[in-house]
Design a protein. Structure first.
Length: 250
């Protein structure tokens, strides 16, 4: 982790996760454990893109456990995940939140360069996100289970239904008491100005905690980053009075 720093005057602290190896390789296992205590406000990002190289023999894996206290807020904004030729990667992120917690997580998956110029050279990417709400009585209720498998066909990568012919995937997860259908509709309208195909789904627990998932397909990492930034900056301005996010990585 790099030293904590502050991007604006809101008091939100920013930490940067650094991979000292530079990339994920076969049989690598990375474990992350994050706790944002009651009332705390954290922006967590990465130093650069997460690169997954060839993984002969076994997949690379990242497991992350996140706990948010009452009134805690987490913005999880990693750089894109790049899966290269013959790469196999699995990521499992488990979030435990309170009804008053706020979570925003953005992710982009992109194929890496391949010597033969193929659009998809990797073996598979598995991303599993679980969000559970912790009640005052200690009970846990599942809010979201997002289990994504990207497994390119062996030959025809534009086969029936496979990412609708696109090569890049963007996702945004928002958990907040202020999430509603009007917000989902507004975020969907925001995506219309980008070269991408997008959709938004709402989810809700029995106790009333709400969340949404936005999924977008494109052929450009930059376009997806701009789309997700437009959505997250809307939330930052409306809910927290913050300026657009600028991570200053260059």
């Amino acid at each position: 982790m790099l030293r904590p720093h502050y991007l604006d005057g809101s008091g939100q602290v920013c930490y940067v996760v650094v991979n000292p190896g530079g990339a994920y390789l076969g049989a690598d296992l990375f474990l992350l454990d994050v706790e944002v205590r009651a009332g705390a406000d954290l922006l967590l990002t990465t130093q650069s893109a997460t690169k997954v190289y060839r993984t002969p023999g076994s997949f690379a894996e990242q497991r992350m456990a996140v706990r948010l206290g009452e009134g805690a807020r987490l913005e999880l904004m990693p750089d894109q995940l790049i899966a290269y030729r013959e790469a196999s990667y699995r990521q499992h992120s488990a979030f435990t939140v309170r009804p008053s917690s706020a979570l925003v997580m953005a992710e982009v998956v992109t194929p890496g360069w391949s010597p033969d110029g193929a659009a998809f050279g990797y073996e598979e990417v598995r991303l599993r996100n679980e969000v559970r709400v912790l009640a005052d009585d200690g009970g846990l209720e599942l809010l979201l289970l997002d289990n994504l498998l990207i497994q390119p066909p062996a030959r025809d990568v534009t086969g029936l239904g496979f990412m609708e012919g696109f090569s890049h995937l963007g996702s945004l997860v928002v958990v907040d008491a202020r999430v509603d259908q009007a917000l989902a509709d507004e975020l969907h309208l925001r995506t219309a100005g980008f070269d991408a195909l997008a959709g938004v789904s709402l989810t809700r627990t029995v106790a009333g905690t709400t969340g949404l998932v936005l999924r977008a397909l494109s052929d450009s990492t930059g376009e997806l980053n701009r789309l997700l930034a437009a959505c997250t900056n809307l939330l930052r301005a409306r809910w927290h009075g913050q300026e657009p996010l600028n991570l200053r990585k260059h």
